[in-house]
Design a protein around this ligand. Structure first.
Ligand code: LMR
Length: 393
């Protein structure tokens, strides 16, 4: 049987992760996988999460199953974090999932179950795993223009023009904030236009929000998700806690189904439970419990928000330094867009050959599409990167 197994195209992010690990050079710089790193290059456990973990260790008296949808208070806490009071809680079905990717997978499967003819529209470019999972499931998908590679800017005209071709019932996958891989995001005004278009054309928004708090702050980053959830009749949301709580390996995420008709929520909820049962049965609980404790305890929450803000402002400072350094080293405004981008990533608009040169000649690892993880830098490595980019141009 094993002989008949197919081979699969390599995931370009995981490939870079491996190449970086295998590189014996000590001065190498990792700007590949989207994991937050502090100035020392470490991905620390947040203090607020650590404190919750200590408390949990003291009070947890069983590891028995929780429920197919996870703990209800996790759903409440996450609906509050992502949606605030944009929609009443009874209009939101929630299922805990293994990470944000688990939520994406469950949402795609729900789409396939409910409307097999629907096409899922994905930004060009998008996180590679979006299209990979859609294709794996055999879900029809297509792309909409989003990014102007040569200028590093949003192609909003192209995006609207393409979405005009969507059919009623099609699903539009939107990045809630901190677009991965480009770093380019919709303004609030542009979100309003997209929401209006989706209502007018009877399209279903699906929001992938994996970096809430890394861009403009917790509320600013949720603007789009809250807007579409309160405007469109039905909204699917996949949220991840991996990055903003730093609980990557705990696999903590949530799939939310918002409906303007609260009477529909029970059915959505039952289908979420069914999908969880078929795919992995009970979702992981440890990370979800920590997140719930942090969000619900005023002291832990304040501590977490402070830590998150430090992460965010640290990345902002690195962006500014990198843009200034690139301006100096290349003697041009070509990379000015870096300060307009937000979140963890920026796509630099370099060719695959230039990215390969950064890696081979300078030990700097970016994804082949020229996405860099800003958090992989520190103030000492920014000038090194800028100089290397100026050299490969
Ligand atoms: C990334 O985009 O690098 C992260 O979301 C990690 C991953 O799983 O690809």
């Amino acid at each position: 049987m094993y002989d008949s197994l197919p081979t699969h195209p390599e995931d370009k992010i995981l490939r870079i992760m491996q190449l970086y690990r295998d590189d014996p050079r000590t001065e190498k710089i990792d700007l590949g996988v989207g994991v937050y790193k502090n100035a020392a290059g470490l991905t620390p456990v947040m203090q607020s999460v650590k404190a919750a973990e200590k408390r949990l260790w003291e009070i947890e008296d069983t590891k028995s199953y929780v429920g197919l949808l996870g703990a209800p208070d996790f759903g409440d806490a996450m609906a509050g974090l992502v949606l605030s009071d944009a929609v009443p809680r009874e209009n939101v079905a929630c299922a805990a999932t293994p990470g944000g990717t688990g939520a994406i997978r469950q949402a795609f499967e729900m789409i396939q179950m409910a409307s097999p003819q629907a096409r899922v529209w994905v930004s060009d470019p998008s996180w590679g795993n979006h299209v990979s999972i859609l294709n794996y499931l055999g879900i029809p998908n297509t792309s909409y223009r989003y990014f102007e590679f040569s200028t590093g800017e949003l192609d909003f005209g192209g995006m609207l023009e393409d979405l005009e071709n969507a059919r009623p019932g099609d699903v539009i996958l939107l990045h809630g904030c901190c677009h991965n891989p480009t770093g380019v995001n919709l303004t609030n005004e542009q979100w309003r236009k997209v929401a209006d278009l989706m209502v007018a054309k009877e399209l279903v928004p699906m929001v992938d929000i994996a970096y809430q708090g890394f861009g403009g702050g917790l509320d600013a980053d949720a603007f789009g998700a809250r807007l579409v959830a309160s405007t469109c009749p039905e909204t699917l949301i996949a949220a991840s806690c991996s990055k903003n709580f730093g609980v990557y390996r705990e696999r903590t995420g949530i799939f939310m189904g918002v409906s303007q008709d609260a009477g529909r929520v029970g059915l959505v909820q039952a289908n979420m439970a069914h999908l969880n049962r078929q795919n992995f049965s009970f979702p992981p609980d440890h990370g979800a419990r920590l997140v719930t404790m942090v969000l619900n305890d005023p002291q832990l929450r304040a501590e977490w928000e402070t830590e998150l803000e430090e992460v965010r402002s640290g990345m902002l400072a690195l962006r500014q330094q990198l843009a200034a350094e690139l301006q100096r080293q290349t003697n041009s405004e070509r990379f000015g867009f870096i300060t307009d981008h937000s979140g963890m990533f920026s796509m630099l608009g370099l060719s695959e050959e230039q990215v390969a040169k950064l890696r081979d000649d300078h030990g700097i690892y970016a994804v082949s599409d020229s996405r860099i993880n800003i958090a992989g830098l520190n103030k000492d490595t920014v000038p090194i990167l800028a100089k290397a980019i100026a050299t490969v141009l």
